[in-house]
Design a protein around this ligand. Structure first.
Ligand code: GDP
Length: 450
């Protein structure tokens, strides 16, 4: 962390401006050595300075240079940002010069990693920065902004504060066991705090599944035999001609994908190839793909042609998808219906894609299944990745064990162990204690220059 790093922070391509960013103790010195304009070593912090990048007596580009001195910067180190004319050649040339002058090319996410390691942001805030960059919907933006501004971290911190209270009460209990009065009072207090915290943690874990839905969208797979109307339904939902609609069976051999925002939540829809028993190799690959897609899906839309009797393949698909979150669409409702599923399943929707019949009901059904209305009315203070949620669940489990321990009159130091574990789990969420492996894994998924 002692060296000075450099990276192109804007995306590389033809554009009006590119930004080359440096962070580290030598960043001002390095840029100054090839800058014609004011002496950057003497300019005020957080100023923008006009001039030229000069190298070997050649003017490389006309630039604006932002100088931001430690500690009030993104990484808490000295940061210099060179705004040059966009485009590949000038940007790359300046990047090269900075390296020749003593910078090391930054690894992906290294600026943010430094911000974390230098204690400016916590782990959850770092993850939220990445989420913001990758967010595809307004809701995902709101969610990550709540993370960046520390709302979720504060919530976790407040839980840790509660636990500290319990732990100190327990210390009193251990230190002064002879005072019966103290013991009675503290036990009541401990129980109370644990109960309240338990409720808050349960809520957080439950709500955080929403965070995942908001962030990743709902992976939706449309399956069914060839020609039942999958592509037509996809098109109706997507309201665009992305899937091929045709009379020829099995034309949609591979998968067709599309994305829509449903009430602000992203729906990643995959229309699979027709499923049927076949010797045709290409078709077979498609069939296998469909079955594997079912496994990965958050939501399966199983389309059945209502104008034909159920076939073996339909029955197989009904069986294969029975444990998934599933909507059964009985299509071609304009024709005489020959399908009667008769199983009190209220996730059945009847559609006719020649008109718009049933399409709205299908969309409403999706919203209902994923509580999309409820998500919109909440405050977006959720955990939003599996790492965080798994730790919150572990924290909850340890807390429940502590509660049980108290009820069963276990020795207080055993209860204390569970509570300390809970405290540690919560700390891990925000990166109070972390392993290098987790940190390396997290930041390598960032883009270079962030
Ligand atoms: P896929 O192979 O399952 O994707 O099916 P397609 O969407 O390609 O549709 C196959 C055929 O069924 C096309 O000729 C569509 O026009 C027709 N089709 C789709 N939906 C309906 C419907 O609701 N009613 C009727 N009568 N025909 C439909």
């Amino acid at each position: 962390m002692n060296d000075t790093i450099v990276a192109i922070s804007t995306s590389l391509g033809v554009g009006a401006i590119s930004i080359i960013r440096l962070s580290g103790k030598d960043s001002i010195e390095i840029v100054n050595s090839c800058f014609k304009g004011k002496d950057l070593r003497k300019v005020d912090t957080h100023t923008i300075n006009y001039g030229y990048i000069i190298y070997n007596n050649e003017i490389i580009d006309e630039v604006l240079v932002s100088v931001m001195r430690a500690p009030k910067t993104y990484t808490t180190e000295d940061i210099v940002e060179i705004n040059c004319h966009g485009g590949i050649t000038s940007t790359n040339k300046i990047l090269e010069i900075m390296q020749l002058e003593g910078c090391r090319l930054a690894e992906p996410g290294e600026f943010t990693k430094r911000a974390f390691l230098n204690g400016r942001i916590d782990l959850l805030e770092s993850e939220s920065i990445m989420d913001m960059i990758n967010s595809k919907s307004e809701e995902a933006r709101k969610l990550s902004m709540n993370g960046i501004t520390g709302h979720i971290s504060n919530k976790i911190e407040s839980f840790r504060e509660e636990l500290k209270k319990v732990l100190s009460q327990i210390e009193v209990n251990i230190d002064y066991p002879e005072y019966y009065d103290i013991e009675v009072i503290t036990e009541e207090k401990i129980k109370n705090i644990i109960k309240k915290l338990k409720e808050k943690l349960i809520d957080l874990v439950k709500d955080s599944e929403n965070g995942i839905t908001i962030k990743n969208g709902i992976k939706t797979v449309i399956v069914g035999r060839p020609n039942v109307g999958k592509s037509s339904i996809l098109n109706k939902i997507l309201k665009e001609e992305k899937a091929i609609v045709t009379d020829i069976e099995g034309t949609t051999r591979d998968t067709v994908e599309g994305e829509i925002l449903l009430d602000g939540i992203l729906l990643n829809i995959i229309d699979t190839a027709g499923i049927r028993k076949t010797e045709d190799k290409v078709e077979k690959i498609g069939v296998e793909k469909s079955l594997s897609k079912i496994e990965e899906a958050d939501l399966v839309i199983l389309v059945i042609n209502g104008s034909e009797e159920l076939t073996e393949t339909d029955k197989k698909l009904l069986e294969e998808t029975k444990d998934k979150t599933r909507i059964i669409v009985i299509n071609k409702n304009d024709l005489k219906n020959k399908v009667n599923l008769n199983n009190n399943n209220n996730n059945i929707v009847y559609t006719n894609t020649l008109t718009d019949e049933g399409v709205l009901t299908l969309v409403e059904k999706i919203k209902e299944l994923f509580n999309l209305e409820q998500i919109k009315t909440k405050d977006y203070t959720y955990l939003s990745n599996t790492r965080q949620i798994t730790l919150a669940k572990q924290a909850l489990k340890n807390l429940l064990d502590a509660e049980k321990g108290i009820e069963e009159n276990l020795p207080v130091d055993m209860v204390e162990i569970d509570l300390k574990n809970c405290f540690e789990n919560l700390g891990e969420i925000i990166g109070k204690n972390y392993s290098n492996e987790i940190i390396d894994n997290l930041f390598k998924n960032f883009c270079v220059g962030k």
